[in-house]
Design a binder for this molecule. Structure first.
Ligand SMILES: Cc1cc2nc3c(=O)[nH]c(=O)nc-3n(C[C@H](O)[C@H](O)[C@H](O)COP(=O)(O)OP(=O)(O)OC[C@H]3O[C@@H](n4cnc5c(N)ncnc54)[C@H](O)[C@@H]3O)c2cc1C
Ligand SMILES: NC(=O)c1ccc[n+]([C@@H]2O[C@H](COP(=O)([O-])OP(=O)(O)OC[C@H]3O[C@@H](n4cnc5c(N)ncnc54)[C@H](OP(=O)(O)O)[C@@H]3O)[C@@H](O)[C@H]2O)c1
Length: 449
């Protein structure tokens, strides 16, 4: 009976577990899904924006998979120095690493670490109640904010900065973050791309939503859009780019409404410095760019500064090395061949990867399904050789002997009940618990549970 560990319970981990159950060639398989957090679902819980309730509800699909009797969830189990990959290989026939991309890419410009300059990763973690998040108030005493990057995460954080209390209160956002955002005096948010509108990575549905926010107008300058040859004639470009261009053209033609908040979409501006004033962020200095004819942009030597008290750098996520697993630092991924982990260029028997740690930090939730399937197909091909290994017994006993005290499925259900109860006490729907102590107390029936 093959016993497989899946490390990480985000979409790629859950789709891997599901594929393992469905895979011919792995009859009677047993799967343990381990996560360093006491809560499952990865970025679906801690990344997808709280006001996107429909996408958030995908958690119900992931839940249905994890509730299968052949799967066990072990939360609060971090693979790392205390529980190294070599130990897991002793306990299981195979291990699939689905650990995502937990950190942010750096901009590498002066001033990046000034107070008031944050990665979108930090800001998202805070409003999503990730227990490792830092609380800095973010928008306190901020009237103008700059978001660097024009991908979907930049759109998310820009939208969250422009949303009002009425729209955020029904979400499961933690109470402290709701209080801070409800008191926000942010009036202008600048979302700035180094490329033109046809080089943006956001998708049209997400872009269009920016134009639907109450008491907020989107400001776009037709002259800046027109610096992009593709904007003037988008016919040969992919459908998503043509749709984005159509939305931007419509906004550029709209008269100003005098709304209380403004989202300024800016293009062809490359950040060169986060500017300091009184010891913290005072703005961002950009160099104007232009298309270089090779699909990229180059600098023009002219500069512009946008004043801001908050900067959110949304230039992509990045995988972190897991001690004991190989890592390709230039890509931030684990080297692999069709999901099989490569050590020194050779397949490492019994070790696999799926999701963002395999492909890099791009792709929507659904992209992880075929990615997981490819990995599981490789694992099933290798299974006859792997299942020869004699395991010492139930891997849970081995985990406990290694000093681990997992939060099992019942513990997670207790967290869900505690969050529903917290919401009731606040007159809201379910409200997330934002700290380790609160989560573990709830899971283990401790004080306040
Ligand atoms: C801010 C943001 C918003 C997004 N919004 C959307 C959206 O609206 N719609 C959409 O389709 N896609 C969205 N995406 C993309 C989507 O979230 C990703 O495609 C998906 O989550 C990647 O899945 P994953 O399982 O590889 O990683 P993750 O979801 O990050 O899961 C990784 C899991 O591994 C665990 N882990 C990490 N290290 C260890 C360790 N050492 N030991 C044990 N466990 C560990 C983590 O705790 C986590 O639970 C968004 C992404 C971001 C960043
Ligand atoms: N609602 C949704 O479906 C949703 C929501 C959130 C996230 N996601 C998905 O999650 C994935 C990650 O999203 P993401 O927004 O983090 O990444 P992304 O799509 O890769 O976008 C990153 C942005 O940062 C810019 N950038 C990178 N380095 C830069 C630098 N040094 N200076 C200035 N700009 C820089 C990129 O510009 P260049 O192109 O010029 O490099 C790009 O505009 C994506 O696949 C996304 O679609 C989906």
């Amino acid at each position: 009976m093959p016993h497989i560990a899946v490390v990480g319970s985000g979409p790629s981990g859950v789709y891997t577990a599901q594929s393992l159950l469905q895979q011919a060639g792995l009859p009677d398989v047993r799967v343990d899904v381990l996560d360093r957090l006491p809560t499952p679902y990865g970025l679906v819980r801690y990344g997808v924006a709280p006001d996107h309730e429909k996408i958030k509800s995908l958690q119900n699909n992931l839940r249905a998979v994890l509730q299968d009797e052949r799967i066990r969830f072990f939360g609060g189990v971090e693979v790392g120095p205390a529980l190294p990959p070599a130990k897991l290989l002793e306990l299981y026939h195979a291990v699939v690493y689905c650990v995502g991309a937990a950190t942010d890419r750096r901009l590498d410009v002066p001033g990046e670490d000034l107070p008031g300059s944050w990665s979108a990763t930090d800001f998202v973690a805070w409003y999503s109640a990730h227990p490792d998040a830092r609380d800095d108030g973010y928008v306190r005493q901020v009237r103008s904010a700059v978001t660097i990057g024009i991908g979907n995460v930049a759109v998310d954080v820009t939208r969250m900065l422009a949303r009002g209390a009425t729209e955020l209160a029904p979400t499961d956002m933690p109470q402290a973050a709701l209080g801070v955002l409800a008191g926000s005096e942010v009036r202008d948010v600048f979302m700035v791309g180094r490329r033109g509108p046809t080089g943006a990575r956001f998708t049209t549905k997400e872009l269009r939503e920016l134009g639907t926010l109450p008491d907020t107008e989107v400001v776009v300058d037709e002259r800046e859009l027109a610096l992009d040859p593709g904007y003037l004639d988008a016919t040969a470009l992919p459908a998503v780019v043509r749709r984005n261009v159509a939305v931007l053209r419509e906004w550029a033609a709209r008269p100003r409404t005098g709304a209380g908040r403004r989202i300024h979409l800016r293009f062809f501006l490359r950040p060169v410095e986060i500017v300091e004033g009184h010891g913290r962020v005072a703005g961002v200095r950009f160099e104007r760019t232009r298309p270089n004819g090779l699909g990229g942009v180059s600098g023009t030597g002219t500069y512009e500064e946008i004043g801001a008290q908050l900067v959110l750098r949304s230039v992509g996520y990045r995988g972190v090395p897991l001690q004991g697993l190989p890592f390709a630092p230039e890509r931030g991924t684990v080297p692999h061949a069709a999901g099989r982990v490569l050590r020194g260029g050779l397949v490492s028997p019994g070790e696999y990867v799926a999701g963002w740690i395999k492909r890099g930090p791009t792709g929507v939730i659904g992209t992880n399904r075929p990615c997981a399937k490819e990995t599981v197909t490789s694992l099933a091909e290798d299974a006859p050789a792997l299942v020869h290994k004699e395991l010492a017994g139930d891997p849970l006993a081995g985990l406990i002997a290694a000093g681990v005290r997992p939060v099992e499925w019942d513990g997670w259900r207790a967290i869900e009940r505690a969050e529903a109860e917290l919401g009731r006490s606040l007159g809201r729907g379910s409200v997330k618990i934002p700290d380790w102590a609160g989560l573990l107390n709830a899971a283990r029936g401790g004080p306040g549970a």
